[in-house]
Ligand binder design. Structure first.
Ligand SMILES: CC(C)(COP(=O)(O)OP(=O)(O)OC[C@H]1O[C@@H](n2cnc3c(N)ncnc32)[C@H](O)[C@@H]1OP(=O)(O)O)[C@@H](O)C(=O)NCCC(=O)NCCS
Length: 172
């Protein structure tokens, strides 16, 4: 589908598998411990929802959720560094949570590096609360202990989204 919207999101399906190398490049540029081809390809399977963030026809970010009945886990969210800091991460998170709601999720869980202030602040802005600490959750490359993660929970997706007006963001 050709879109004339400058920034928009849409669910990626198996028809979009040709985007895997671009998604991999985005993850590589954005993440300390990026997902590789296999993890990205698996996100196209039915149990996951993969949402792409586009600038005109070009994919610039993506998120992945995994739903189990009333709970969704946000497994990945990242956008290419050139587009960060313009409220596009927020647009992507918002639309990811909307999608989760649409498929029946009431609450959302995620893990975030304790050093990732940007992402942590974004999640807090969306009402996520710190509910746990997972020691050495992330892999380290040099054999030293991996970084810890906070587990965060958004207990009521619907009521939180109702408080946020995306039009105020100026990024659509
Ligand atoms: C985390 C990420 C998705 C946020 O997207 P973004 O487009 O950079 O952030 P936004 O412009 O949408 O900002 C939304 C909120 O995030 C927080 N934030 C963004 N940039 C920040 C910064 N430099 N410092 C502190 N907080 C920041 C703020 O709360 C901001 O809201 P505000 O502008 O009203 O204060 C993006 O930076 C990214 O892809 N990072 C690398 C991958 C990653 O860390 N993913 C999360 C893994 S858990």
């Amino acid at each position: 589908m050709i879109s004339d919207k400058k920034f928009y999101t849409r669910v990626l399906t198996k028809d979009d598998l040709n985007l895997v190398p671009e998604l991999e490049e985005i993850a590589f540029k954005a993440q300390k411990d990026p997902w590789g081809t296999q993890a990205i390809q698996e996100s196209f399977e039915d149990s996951y929802v993969l949402l792409g963030l586009f600038h005109y026809q070009k994919v610039i970010g993506f998120s992945v959720i995994f739903n189990t009945k009333f709970t969704t886990d946000l497994l990945e969210i990242c956008l290419t560094p050139e587009f960060q800091g313009q409220h596009l991460g927020q647009l992507l998170l918002h639309n990811t949570l909307l999608k989760a709601l649409e498929i029946g999720a009431k609450e959302c869980f995620l893990e975030v590096r304790v050093s990732n202030t940007k992402a942590f602040n974004l999640y807090q802005k969306y009402g996520f609360e710190k509910v746990g600490l997972r020691k050495n959750y992330y892999n380290s490359k040099d054999g030293t202990p991996g970084e810890d993660a906070y587990t965060m929970q958004l207990p009521d997706i619907e009521s939180r989204l109702a408080l946020i007006n995306l039009q105020d963001l100026n990024c659509k």
